[in-house]
Design a protein around this ligand. Structure first.
Ligand code: GLU
Length: 272
């Protein structure tokens, strides 16, 4: 089906939901309560939509545990060490949250090469499909404990778009800490939420400014626009919606609050 409005997301056959560090981690502690409410929404949606989660948070959680400065982002070695420690906790959090709805969580750690190199890309598509068939929810993150700068995505926004492509998903939802893309810095008076984008043009990119609203993740609005570009060329819809609100998926779908990037390319999702 074609996704031309946020409301259409409820009919997606396969959907990737990306959860950022700022939503999952606060002062180094997991926001387990919030995650429980998201898991309930996911369990609900899953009745007619296959869901893949892309979750950040490993570096933020691990840095707090190891007591490393700058949220574990002071050096590559710190980020790798933090990710190694935090990924264990992140997987447990998701497993507990989904298990409460008798859903099995599956951890998949991938690198840039796994999703951009054609041969290895298929190595990621097959297990994603198999996990979904078997009724599990894949929870994907970048394998930050071994990734170095040259082979890193660096942000899970672009990773989510690539995962969607690998999985043949129809749409990606990036849960953010803002309502979506604004036509200028959202702190400026008169800033207006852009509800629909037909093609990430230079004018659209200019709206993002330097874009980051929280210090925790690595994404910011620019990374989200890069993700939108990957998605639109692959024929995949991408939405930026506010994850800080209660029942964020329903809010986006029912009230239409968020930014939807409509697919542009005829390329389609790459088939296995
Ligand atoms: N993969 C990183 C983590 O789990 C986060 C990347 C991002 O901030 O998007 O901490």
């Amino acid at each position: 089906m074609t996704i031309a409005a946020l409301a259409d997301l409820r009919n997606a056959r396969r959907l990737v939901i990306k959860v950022g560090s700022a939503l999952l981690v606060q002062d180094g502690k997991p926001r387990a309560q919030w995650l429980a409410t998201l898991a309930a929404e996911i369990a609900d949606m899953r009745r007619n939509t296959e869901i893949i989660v892309v979750s950040s948070g490993a570096i933020a959680l691990g840095a707090a545990k190891l007591g490393l400065a700058k949220g574990g982002r002071g050096s590559l070695a710190d980020a790798q060490a933090s990710a190694s420690v935090g990924q264990v906790e992140l997987a447990r959090l998701w497993s507990d949250a989904l298990e409460a709805h008798t859903i099995t969580a599956a951890q998949m750690l991938v690198t840039l090469g796994d999703l951009e190199d054609r041969r290895r890309y298929l190595n990621a598509s097959a297990p994603l499909a198999r996990l979904l068939d078997a009724g599990a929810i894949p929870v994907v993150n970048e394998n930050d404990s071994v990734a170095t700068e040259e082979i890193r995505f660096g942000d899970n926004d672009r990773l989510a778009a690539r995962v969607a492509q690998a999985a043949g998903a129809e749409a990606v939802v990036l849960l953010s800490d803002v309502d979506g893309l604004y036509d200028r810095d959202p702190r400026e008076p008169g800033a207006t939420l852009v509800e629909r984008v037909d093609g990430v043009t230079p004018d659209i990119i200019a709206m993002a400014g330097d874009g980051s609203s929280s210090g925790l993740g690595s994404g910011g609005m620019i990374a989200k626009l890069q993700a939108a570009r990957i998605a639109e060329r692959a024929g995949i819809a991408l939405a930026i919606v506010n994850g800080t609100q209660e029942r964020p998926l329903a809010r986006a779908i029912e009230k239409g609050i968020g930014t939807l990037f409509v697919p542009q390319g005829a390329e389609g999702a790459r088939k296995a």
